[in-house]
Design a protein around this ligand. Structure first.
Ligand code: A3P
Ligand code: MG
Length: 265
């Protein structure tokens, strides 16, 4: 893989997809359809997906591409692949809450080593460079010139006063019970893969996910968190969260800054 090219292509496609999404977000009205699994989808998901997948296929024709919006791609088997969620946090998008992201990741041997997470309504862009280190770029973003890049790093958690983040639209008792095992100073809720990025910037220490997600929801945020010194492990046995699993479905997981005194399920 040409990692310089990968970083450039991922960044540009994420920004272009963000423009497509924001045009629909800012329009007076948009249609919300229901997919076969009953989750919502809009023209923003579909148009952003078409743009990103065409761009990735043109730039990396030999790399397997898995994308949320193309169910044919979900039956491919691979351990090294590109994986895309063109609009994560569709519920946040529909409810005009701003916490939605464009996600592109590269998985190598089951590990997400590069990724971009772009939150166009929040003007935040998180990306790994060619070496896999994570940066937040300062807005405004220009497609052909890279702006100021601030290195991202997780914080040293205070186990007596933890900063926890959890899902806005998929929150339940099991999540609250697990969070109850920690000494929490501040609890935030956020939609989409932004939660990984909040751990990666040090705005949170811990993101437990006791609920279903798919690999395209997590791969890019996971890559950004790894590049900032954090980690993501399975909720059940604390082994690494790997990619290329059956149906691209994730088990429950915990994203965290090292130093958090992790509790068992
Ligand atoms: N029951 C379920 N089955 C599969 N995925 C689910 C799910 N409930 C939530 N998700 C995933 O969680 C994502 C939203 O995450 P969050 O709750 O952290 O904002 C959704 O992404 P999309 O919005 O891309 O569909 C969706 O893929
Ligand atoms: Mg998603």
């Amino acid at each position: 893989m040409d990692y310089e090219k990968l970083a450039q292509v991922m960044r540009k496609l994420a920004l272009e997809a963000g423009d497509v999404i924001m045009e629909i977000y800012n329009s007076d009205d948009f249609e919300v359809k229901s997919k076969s699994d009953e989750s919502p989808v809009t023209a923003a998901d579909e148009n952003a997906d078409a743009l990103i997948s065409a761009g990735l296929r043109a730039a990396f024709p030999d790399v397997t591409l898995i994308t949320e919006e193309q169910s044919d791609s979900h039956s491919e088997k691979a351990s090294t692949f590109l994986i895309v969620d063109p609009l994560d946090g569709t519920k946040e998008f529909i409810n005009r809450r701003g916490d939605f992201t464009v996600n592109i990741a590269y998985v190598e041997d089951g590990k997400p080593t590069r990724g971009v997470v772009y939150a166009p309504a929040k003007d935040r862009l998180f990306i790994t460079d060619a070496s896999g280190k994570s940066y937040e770029e300062t807005a405004p973003f220009h497609k052909d010139t890279v702006g100021a890049m601030t290195p991202m790093s997780v914080t040293t958690p205070d186990n007596a006063a933890l900063l926890v983040v959890a899902s806005k639209s998929h929150r339940d008792q099991a999540t609250d019970d697990y969070i109850g095992k920690y000494n929490v100073k501040d609890m935030k809720s956020a939609g989409s893969s932004l939660k990984f990025c909040l751990v990666a910037t040090g705005e949170a220490d811990l993101y437990p996910r006791v609920g279903r997600t798919m690999e395209w929801d997590t791969a890019a945020g996971h890559a950004v968190l790894l590049g900032a010194g954090g980690d993501v492990i399975r909720f059940d046995d604390h082994s690494p969260l790997t990619y290329g699993k059956a149906d691209y479905a994730n088990p429950f997981f915990i994203a965290y800054a090292p130093g958090v005194d992790l509790k068992k399920a």
